[in-house]
Design a protein around this ligand. Sequence first.
Ligand code: PEP
Ligand code: MN
Length: 276
Amino acid sequence: MKNLKLSGQKAGGERTVVEVGGLRIGEDFVVIAGPCAVETEDQLIRTAIAVKEAGATMLRGGAFKPRTSPYAFQGLGLKGLKILDKARRETGLPIVTEVIDTRDVSWVGEYADVLQIGARNMQNFSLLREAGKSGRPILLKRGMYSTLEEWLNCAEYILAEGNPNVILCERGIRSFETFTRNTLDLSIVPSAKSMSHLPVFVDPSHGTGVLGLIEPMSLAAVASGADGLEIEVHIDPSSALSDKDQQLSPEAFSRLMRKLAVMRKTMAELAGDSFL
Ligand code: PEP
Ligand code: MN
């Protein structure tokens, strides 16, 4: 892969650590959890408290939703960001939220600890440049039709603006399969980590769109070497205004977190594989 001047592997194999509110992303395993969209203060705060209790270390929630239909719920905008800010103050969890418009990057960045650039905007080059200029850590989703090389070049756009804090996130790609919403490409995790020093996350919620697949794919993501996960959790999934079928209940999320702890312990043992 040519011209990955800043995103490509460093000579000594050194890996990037992105510092967010006391977390060292890339070193600490981080689970970002929360609803697809911020809907009401009550919904977000109750979800935030529940995911924190279960062990999540960052909170997600979209205030600007990139929806297939212009008539679908588009997010609360500024009101949503204010609710996220309140949830951060109440729980201490840093906030990840998506920005979809170049004109919004700087002011949304004042509310967000991490700005998310979604799959549909991965190659929005002016948005990437603004994200780079903002200096905020960026969670860069993989585009649903994008190769590893295209994805890393998009990270390169952000890094080239002088912002070193980029986290990659696999969220499934389009394939001929229709049983799942997307085809979660876990082989991209060790691939991206072999080509780049940036942390790599996995989003099994958008990656599968199927409730029953989120737990096994989360465990598999850990086995593939992911540095963290982004998972949709809603206090009452059946009432969700977007992505209702893929949001975990707090109980299911809590069970998943307990299994993840076992998986991570096993992976740590395998890393020091002298006993084999
Ligand atoms: C999201 O995480 O809210 C989202 C819209 O994801 P993606 O861009 O991966 O579809
Ligand atoms: Mn969603």
